[in-house]
Ligand binder design. Sequence first.
Ligand SMILES: C[C@@](CO)(OP(=O)(O)O)[C@H](O)COP(=O)(O)OP(=O)(O)OC[C@H]1O[C@@H](n2ccc(N)nc2=O)[C@H](O)[C@@H]1O
Ligand SMILES: Nc1ncnc2c1ncn2[C@@H]1O[C@H](COP(=O)(O)OP(=O)(O)O)[C@@H](O)[C@H]1O
Length: 299
Amino acid sequence: MTTTVTVRVPAKVNVQLAVGAARPDGFHDLANVFLAVGLYDEVTATPADTLRITAEGHDVDRIPLDRTNLAARAAELLAARCGRSPDVHLHITKDIPVAGGMAGGSADAAGALLACDTLWSTGASRSELLDICAELGSDVPFSLVGGAALGRGRGELLTPLPVGGAFHWVFAVADGGLSTPAVYGEFDRLTEGTDVPAPEASPELLAALATGDATALAAALTNDLQPAALSLRPSLAATLAAGTAAGALASLVSGSGPTTAFLVKDPESARAVAAALLASGTCRAVRVADSPAAGATVL
Ligand SMILES: C[C@@](CO)(OP(=O)(O)O)[C@H](O)COP(=O)(O)OP(=O)(O)OC[C@H]1O[C@@H](n2ccc(N)nc2=O)[C@H](O)[C@@H]1O
Ligand SMILES: Nc1ncnc2c1ncn2[C@@H]1O[C@H](COP(=O)(O)OP(=O)(O)O)[C@@H](O)[C@H]1O
């Protein structure tokens, strides 16, 4: 019998984040082009007397270890669907920046779900697991799937996208986090009284992904939440400028931020941009990663 299961789950960057007007339920319709990047959290599930969460790694003091942790919520939802108790110890090894716009909590939720599903041999179908993911959060289905995908609706309705080659990234980690609802709220404030167009995926961006053309991708990167993130955290402008000055092909805020993402042409350029960003003093830490990365995977 399996007694312990470890799942590895990637972070994401949004290469396009087109945001529509607020819906009556408070969410925003999106054309959200997700790209999984090779920074990973791991979730290990072991049978236990009661549901318990522990964590190690970067900034774990900033995530809750009670039942509000998204990993705990994933275990509870799956257990309820299977009519069993969620008696499991989930240990999270965190490497994805917390509250950084890289979907770390979503990764842990998808990881816990797959780990418990494997540990408990639930027999749930992929589509049942994706439904539970969507209940846990808009970004959680993508954390399970990985690769690249277009997220419609509030981001949970996924269409996989072809990617024709590896893209190289540098990420600048900022001090502290930004609250996702606060950034969407600031988007609403900044667009109040304007006609917000229905979000659509950019054909140029999808073509750049499909052909693996980093220069074309750089020209097509957009994030409608960037003005809101910059309004709440003006210091991010200096980080973006430092990456551009150091030779990045393009610089943008990752999702709701405050992590900033720099697309570079090759691993050598990644090292140079990372060193320049650190030396600029405009960020707390830098990370280098390639994409696309596989979704949640049992190790
Ligand atoms: C902005 C994005 C971009 O991928 O992620 P981050 O950059 O924060 O990681 C996502 O849209 C975040 O997705 P996720 O973090 O899963 O959000 P949820 O838990 O579903 O929702 C948290 C809150 O964000 C706002 N929200 C989220 C998704 C959406 N399409 N419209 C929204 O307005 C709502 O205020 C909601 O109450
Ligand atoms: N397992 C988890 N890992 C990270 N954050 C979590 C987790 N569970 C709940 N959270 C909370 O979710 C919020 C968003 O964190 P995170 O998912 O890392 O960022 P983002 O939504 O910007 O990608 C934070 O307030 C964090 O404390």
